[in-house]
Write a protein that binds this ligand. Structure first.
Ligand SMILES: *Cc1c(COP(=O)(O)O)cnc(C)c1O
Length: 428
């Protein structure tokens, strides 16, 4: 998929900016992660990383379920063929309307984050005349601070404080048709090393064991979240986790022996690991400017297309590191060499900025690139997760990038998201 000739051809055919998603890479990531996890676990795809229906469908075909956090994501996953009984609806702010819609679609497993959240779920399930199951999301443990974006262990909007035994004891009892089946933790995202990941899981299991002991709850489902890492917007490959299965088994024996049963279901969630390396953003240089001692390379893709939320790594600049796949037609400078194709250069540093009218539209303050020129084409690798979906596509009203889906080198689909205003009738 990284053949510059092929990428140039796609850029010419569909225009830029364009996201390219390679389903073969999605499947390879799913197989790698499944192979590294203990056999028989349930692996859920976190749809927010990339809700493209063909990406979801490819992962469902690999046997994954879907972790969804909005009606839009439920619709995307259903539309992609993921059965509702393979979905878990999570998130710190589920409205009554969203819960009702999920139940209507057939979703029966929820992650509950507070007594209010659970009361809403029970009320909606009673109204829909159905049972449903939930896991209780914990805000803990503190962890080692190695994830790029911690969700737990400090005051956040996520989950129930693990020291709040009263609330936990209450949530571990059924309420009407809503039944507690387990515990949910999600400590951090993008945990870079296997050692750090193992220590996160160890802490998570310790915390879960403590909570279960204090409240007398026996979980049947243990959703350990994830945190599996992937490179973002720069070259790199997925790392493997060869010690994960053995270590998890050992940790479960150590911390969970008391309440662990043969049929304890382990669940994991991942968005980033499964989708990141499948995505490439094709973008063209619109202009190159020099002011003072700085060079600004103006791309046709800015934070509207990529990194509006910086791959959910907080609002730190994504520092994208693209590679050149084609040179501007208008120029024919003699100093251009074949090394230009590789681009990560010995020479100058340039700010990579987008087309938006704000000084915040910066994709990299100082990228090492060999003298870009207007008309050059670049590819930004590893943007399949938290790319377009975490961009600010509404900002400045540029058309959204095209999304092209490839499978075994064939284009399966090319589409463009649009923001279409609809009238909402005033209610008197
Ligand atoms: C976003 C999210 C994930 C996925 O995180 P990745 O870093 O993309 O793997 C998993 N679980 C929950 C509850 C999430 O909110």
């Amino acid at each position: 998929m990284n053949d510059p000739v092929f990428l140039r051809e796609l850029a010419a055919r569909y225009g830029t900016p364009a996201y390219l998603y390679d389903l073969a890479a999605v499947r390879a990531a799913a197989r790698a992660l499944k192979a590294d996890l203990p056999p028989g676990v349930r692996l859920m795809y976190s749809v927010k990383a990339n809700p493209h229906p063909l990406v979801i469908a490819a992962l469902c075909a690999e046997g994954l379920g879907a972790e969804v956090s909005s009606t839009g994501e439920v619709v995307a996953a259903s539309g992609a063929g993921c059965p509702p009984e393979h979905m878990i609806h999570t998130g710190p702010g589920k409205s009554m309307r969203e819960i009702v819609q999920s139940l209507k679609t057939g979703v029966r497993t929820f992650s509950v984050e507070s007594p209010t959240d659970r009361a809403r779920l029970a009320e909606a399930a009673a109204a829909a005349d159905t049972d449903c199951a939930y896991v209780v999301r914990l805000n803990g443990p503190a962890g080692s601070g190695s994830g790029s974006l911690r969700m737990t262990g400090r005051p956040t909007a996520f989950g129930v404080d693990t020291t709040d035994s009263d609330a936990l004891t209450e949530l571990f009892r059924p309420l009407g048709p809503a039944h507690p089946v387990g515990v949910h933790t999600f400590f951090a995202t993008n945990v870079a090393t296997e050692d750090a990941l193992l220590s996160e899981f160890d802490q998570a299991l310790r915390t879960v064991a403590g909570v279960c002991e204090r409240t007398g709850f026996t979980p049947q489902v243990l959703d350990l979240g994830g945190g599996f890492p992937a490179p973002f917007a720069r070259p790199g490959e997925l790392t493997r986790h060869p010690r994960l299965t053995d270590s998890l088994t050992r940790m479960l024996d150590e911390h969970a022996a008391v309440w662990r049963q043969e049929d304890l279901e382990l669940m994991f969630e991942s968005g980033r690991y499964l989708a990141a390396t499948a995505g490439t953003l094709l973008t063209q240089v619109l202009d190159v400017k020099r002011t003072g001692d700085r060079t600004f390379t103006v791309l046709d893709a800015g934070v509207n297309a990529l990194g509006g939320m910086s791959g959910l790594g907080r609002l730190v600049r994504p520092n994208v590191q693209p590679y050149r796949i084609g040179t501007g037609r208008a120029t024919g400078h003699a100093d251009r060499t074949s090394r230009d194709e590789e681009c990560i250069g010995e020479t100058g540093s340039t700010a990579l900025v987008g087309p938006l009218c704000t000084p915040l539209d910066v994709l990299n303050g100082a990228a090492a690139l060999r003298t870009p020129r207007a008309g050059d084409l670049f590819a930004v690798p590893n943007v399949g997760a938290y790319g377009l979906t975490a961009g600010l596509i509404g900002f400045l009203s540029h058309p959204a990038p095209v999304e092209i889906v490839l499978d075994e080198g064939e284009v399966l689909s090319a589409r463009r998201l649009t923001l279409r205003p609809i009238e909402v009738a005033p209610r008197n």
